[in-house]
Design a protein around this ligand. Structure first.
Ligand code: NAD
Length: 380
């Protein structure tokens, strides 16, 4: 069997595992989504067997370096449109990827997507504070929406995004690629089956060194909504939730800023803890000034984890009993887009719905309240 066909078979099995209940978040069951009902847009369900058309909104680093190459590797998706504020860049990328001239949009012409049957899903890959506007406009245009993390800067915007997609009868998914990544799925399985004991402590560190450009949107609170916590710490927060399968009861956070000329009103580093109903505690960190990517789960009798835990490739796992924790290295973006395409086409709910993004943003808001007040915050 060729490497490629072996990879495809693995991905199919992974998809089946998710469908069979190994999903990390929202229950999927056999429930179908009446997604085509109630919408006022022009889209109809993609015919069985037809590839699902994706429009990428925002042609920045993630879109160009990861999503476009990943779309080429998918089984069920194809890039059919691009939306950009830079006509020359959009034309170059469209030409290189077989996207016809008529399917190039600007932010001003975005709403005309409603008339384009080539596009089933709008994938929002813009700065965080623009996610809500383009998700809502896409839903009004009758499109399903896949939106990058963090879903939006505030819980209120997240709810508006959910409501708009519901009203349009379209699905909303959040770009939580680790829900499709086999090492992270295995950590959740080990924790939830108690195969290596009862989890007591999760140590999760998600840190990156930010690019040395003082004009980038990540440093502008109006566009980012926050600092290291919303951008990268959200992975540590997510990991604690999907590994444990529990929701935190209370949280506590402290932020650090050592370079106030760069980090104006946003956290450079954040240390935070979350306490879960079973008594499990998650001790998490995020930072923009160091590089670390590690989850460790300590149980009453053993430990297991990943390092690196959240990079795009070459994750590594360990179990304290010495048994191997090894899985194929997959394209996480191809896996998440294929899954969403199948959900849209077959009418199944995504395992990373808007509600999952909203839960994280509510916790992030509580963490910022805790950092501001230096007090624990209970979540109701
Ligand atoms: P980027 O800066 O490389 O790209 C952002 C794009 O938005 C650019 O094409 C830019 O031209 C466009 N844009 C439109 N209006 C803008 C404005 N007012 N200011 C700045 N840019 C504007 O950013 P990115 O790294 O591609 O991140 C985009 C989104 O993807 C973010 O929400 C980020 O959190 C998310 N992301 C997710 C992952 C992941 O692993 N899932 C990784 C990186 C980024």
């Amino acid at each position: 069997m060729s490497m490629e066909s072996s990879r495809r078979r693995f991905l199919q099995r992974l998809g089946a595992a998710g469908a069979a209940g190994l999903s990390l978040a929202a229950p999927r069951g056999g429930q179908r989504v009446a997604w085509a009902a109630g919408g006022d847009g022009a889209t109809t369900a993609p015919a069985p067997g037809r590839k699902v058309g994706f429009a990428l909104v925002g042609l920045g680093k993630l879109a160009q370096d990861q999503l476009i190459p990943a779309l080429r590797k998918t089984q069920d998706c194809r890039l059919t449109a691009v939306v950009s504020g830079h006509a020359d860049k959009a034309q170059r990328i469209a030409a290189a990827n077989g996207v016809p001239e008529k399917n190039i949009y600007s932010y001003a012409t975005f709403d005309r997507l409603a008339d384009n049957p080539d596009v089933d899903v709008v994938y929002v890959v813009l700065p965080n504070a623009m996610h809500a506007e383009y998700t809502i406009r896409a839903a009004r245009a009758g499109k399903h929406v896949y939106c990058e993390k963090p879903m939006a800067p505030t819980a209120r915007e997240c709810q508006e995004m959910i409501d708009a997609c519901k009203k349009a009868g379209r699905q909303l998914g959040i770009g939580y690629r680790l829900h499709f990544e086999p090492y992270n799925l295995e950590l959740a399985r080990l924790a939830r089956t108690r195969e290596l004991g009862t989890p007591k402590l999760i140590d999760a560190a998600a840190c990156i060194v930010i690019a040395p450009d003082p004009h980038q949107w990540r440093l502008d609170k109006k566009l980012s909504g926050g600092g290291s916590l919303v951008d990268i710490g959200i992975y540590a927060l997510q990991a604690a939730r999907y590994i444990s399968g529990e929701e935190p009861l209370s949280v506590s956070a402290r932020q650090t800023i050592t370079n106030p000329s760069w980090f104006k009103g946003i956290d450079e580093s954040m240390l935070f803890t979350m306490t879960f109903p079973s008594g499990l505690v998650a001790s998490c960190s995020s930072s923009y000034v160091t590089r670390l990517s590690r989850w460790t789960v300590s149980t009453d009798s053993a430990a297991f984890g990943l390092e690196p835990a959240l990079y795009y490739h070459n994750l590594k796992g360990f179990r304290s009993d010495g048994k191997p924790l090894v899985f194929p290295d997959i394209d996480q973006f191809a896996a998440e887009m294929d899954d969403f395409a199948r959900c849209v086409r077959d009418g199944h709910p995504t395992r990373v719905p808007g509600e999952e993004g909203l839960r994280d943003v509510r916790i992030i808001e509580a963490l910022y309240r805790s950092a501001e007040t230096a007090r624990d915050v209970r979540l109701g």
